[in-house]
Design a protein around this ligand. Structure first.
Ligand code: FAD
Length: 288
């Protein structure tokens, strides 16, 4: 963990591109609220295979222009040709976007066609080949390991491939057990990985949603959290309060332990992330 302490702490919020005019309005309110916290960037997800290409682009540009805070697109390679990826990168360069999150992506189940680049490391390599050092490249990291990895060690080695290919920093999949992150960081240090690896944190809003996401992405919900959430039944207020308490403590633990910031998976809501931010007094944190 020691190697992470030298990095400036960075704070960011993740959104998904809204589909309906109502959802667009809701995201506008969310971005206005969260912009007041002066995060380092707002990132916007990308539907693998290009299903949200236009909406991701429009959302990133809107955020960038309206809030003055860096809008950061996620770019995934699965299901896209290199020509399509090149066009996406060019449009972001023309719009003055300097940071991207480079991912392999997941195709909706049943979809076929994997595209020209198989892994995120190949995408990072491609971005560097096409655009040199123009972009600051973020990649994904998995303290509890990627669900498709054949072993923990192989997954770590594959993570290193992305760093060797030119990634500048990483954001983790969410987790609720900080030891998974600390162990992961120790293994990264042993492999000579020396980039900031910012923990991704998912505020708990509903039990069903959390279980659905965790099932899909392989994030573990500790038994004690699940049991308590189940006890709350339909009491959404109690779930939110418990969720905020648990997530605030997790962030506090991670930041005191030397994590170089926090990336919030907001689900386009501002209240949970904003409350955690205020609980932690992050507005006054020394980011150096
Ligand atoms: P990779 O790093 O390519 O890894 C995928 C799997 O392949 C791993 O099991 C790895 O061990 C293995 N692997 C890698 N290289 C090799 C190799 N050379 N040989 C053999 N095996 C290898 N998904 C979206 O669709 N859109 C998004 O916007 C999005 N945003 C995300 C943001 C964050 C911060 C995170 C953590 C995830 C996000 N995801 C998103 C989910 C992500 O796309 C999935 O987890 C996906 O399954 C893997 O993407 P990756 O970039 O980590 O892939």
């Amino acid at each position: 963990m020691e190697s992470q302490k030298k990095f400036t702490k960075k704070f960011s919020f993740e959104f998904f591109p809204p589909k309906t005019p109502e959802a667009v309005g809701k995201l506008q309110t969310t971005q206005e609220h969260l912009a007041k916290l002066k995060p380092d960037f707002f990132s916007v997800t990308f539907g693998a295979g290009g299903s949200t290409r236009e909406r991701t682009f429009e959302t990133v540009i809107d955020i960038h222009q309206k809030t003055g805070i860096d809008g950061v697109p996620h770019v995934s390679c699965i299901g896209s040709t290199t020509e399509e990826i090149k066009n996406v990168l060019n449009s972001y360069m023309e719009a003055g976007i300097h940071i991207v999150v480079a991912l392999r992506g997941d195709l909706p189940s049943g979809a076929i066609g994997t595209g020209s680049l198989r892994y995120a490391s190949e995408l990072v390599e491609f971005i560097r080949k096409e655009t040199g050092d123009y972009f600051h490249i973020e990649v994904a990291a998995y303290p509890e390991f990627h669900p498709q990895s054949s072993s923990a060690q192989k997954d770590l080695e594959n993570f290193r491939r992305k760093v060797d290919a030119g990634a500048d920093a990483a954001i983790t999949q969410y987790f609720y057990n900080p030891d998974a992150y600390y162990r992961f960081m120790d293994s990264c240090e042993k492999l000579g990985i020396d980039i900031p690896i910012v923990p991704g944190v998912m505020p708990i809003v509903t039990c069903t949603q959390l279980c659905r996401f965790s099932e899909a992405c392989g994030a573990e919900i500790p038994r004690w959290i699940l049991k308590r959430l189940q006890d709350f039944g339909d009491d959404r207020k109690a779930i939110r309060e418990f969720g905020i308490d648990v997530t605030t403590q997790l962030c506090d633990n991670l930041l005191s332990g030397g994590a170089p910031g926090i990336h919030f998976y907001t689900m386009n809501l501002f209240t949970p992330s904003e409350t955690i931010w205020n609980n932690l007094n992050l507005g006054s944190i020394d980011r150096k």
